[in-house]
Design a protein around this ligand. Sequence first.
Ligand code: NOJ
Ligand code: NOJ
Length: 597
Amino acid sequence: MHLPRAWETVTAAATLGVVLGAGAAANPANRLKCRATLDQFIDTESQVAIDGVLANIGADGAEAQGAAAGAVVASPSRTDPDYWYTWTRDAALTYKALIERFIAGDSSLQSKIDDYVSAQATLQGVSNPSGGPDSGGLGEPKFNVDLTAFTGSWGRPQRDGPPLRATALILYAGWLVDNGEASKAADTVWPVIAKDLDYTVRYWNETGYDLWEEVSGSSFFTLSASHRALVEGAALASTLDKTCPGCAEWAPQVLCFTQDFWVPEGDSGYIDSNINVREGRTGKDANSILSSIHTFDPASDCTDSTFQPCSSRALANHKAVVDSFRSEYSLNAGISQRDAVAIGRYAEDVYYDGNPWYLTTLAAAEQLYAALYQWNQTGSITVDTVSLPFFNDRVPNIAKGTYTSDSATLTSIVDAVRTYADGFVSIVQTYTPRDGALAEQYDRNDGTPLSARDLTWSYAAFLTATERRAGVVPPGWGEPGANTVPDLCEAPAPCDAAITFNARVTTNLGEDVFVVGALTELGNWAPADAVPLSADGYTSSDPLWSTTVDLPAARSFEYKYIKKTSGGEVVWESDPNRGFTTPTDCDSADTINDTWR
Ligand code: NOJ
Ligand code: NOJ
């Protein structure tokens, strides 16, 4: 399928600065088409983007009929791919953009924001394959649009959801406090935030799936989001006279952990977005750029420890990630090292054949606009060994040093970085169809929109990138007081209890028994990763299957037994799920006796 692109007939010519010849003008269909300037595009597309976001939110969004109030549908697409769900991450990032916009003056959004608060309060109470409300269920990646649990197999848990949602809601609570509604912040919004922070305190050091739902490990994005949420959560708690157990204590340790993702390379370096995983990737991934824009604090210096947009590390990483796409797509062929290119998730991506995405291309622009804002605040730009390669691509032969606002070099840097940032938005313009619709991806060869149509997150990404470009920034989150890395990294002591599962299951020859449930150790409900029980103690009078598994201490979880036949068939026990809470003491033991049902 080939959709008409905005100004498609003249795009290539305009990009090359070629004046249209008589041939093109002679075609009546082309006569009135000319490429809008970037500013014109941004003007019209901003309206399409806010309309696109609102259309995908229940209950009254035009494209979200059937979704609950305050539920953000990821995309109206119901097949190939089916995105007719509400993801905690997509919803939080979308509402973060809406709440910023509300704070910047669009008061029409408040009732939608209140809907979000109550929808999320409901979702936090829904037991799901990741767990119950107090046993890990907040890490469930997505729910049905009517706010019921999605029970199919999926890459779960994803631990970025709770801290991202906390951040969106903390922004709102902060506004309420500043506008005479502290009691609403305390009574209605804080309880939701508190649960997300409790989850974050408890699970930040455990592995889970990354934001792309593909690899289980430690994700830079998840940890950056966790750090920010814990810092601002602790501050909000004290403002509201509440407590946030563990928030202030663990935040510096989360920051400590994020330092491990930095990989020095030559004199520069990059962020390895996923660690503690086994996969054949470089780690150069838009994950890290999305992290920098999420943790952007307008009041911050260019701090390396928190990878602020203008920090040397985040700029070096920006170059590393962008460069990893330069030779990846034919769309990027022939574009010089100085200029913007189409950006995807990561170069090795194969999802829908691995194409550039609108939201990641926009994120590359947004980081640079945020950096420009920070430089303007601080009044200087420092080029050091780590950031030199990034700056050298913008201003050839630039020397290391600190340039102040009265220097011509600072002006050249600012101009060049802005032009570079605009280049990413221009690429989005080029591959946006005439009606302004933003899908998830655009084809790596010809730029045709692909995968989910009208992706809510694409529209939200457009809004935040272009607001940054206009110098509109959100309130800070306290980064300047929270960027000191402790000398020694510590993590909650890994503390296990040995749990013996004794299951009485009468089986036929060739059948095996497994336990599966809502813990990583129990395969996160995936039959393929279920833990086998042994039939060593099985007799005709006592059909005992048994195994002992080390599980985290003091943890509630749900589980079931399954049988696998030699033919590969999986037979589940009947509902409901079983539940158990492990003992609180480290290295203790307990035994569960069950009979198949
Ligand atoms: C669906 C996920 O949403 C997407 O991110 C992933 O790439 C594919 N599944 C393949 O695992
Ligand atoms: C796939 C993306 O990889 C993931 O980040 C997103 O949450 C879902 N699609 C829904 O948009």
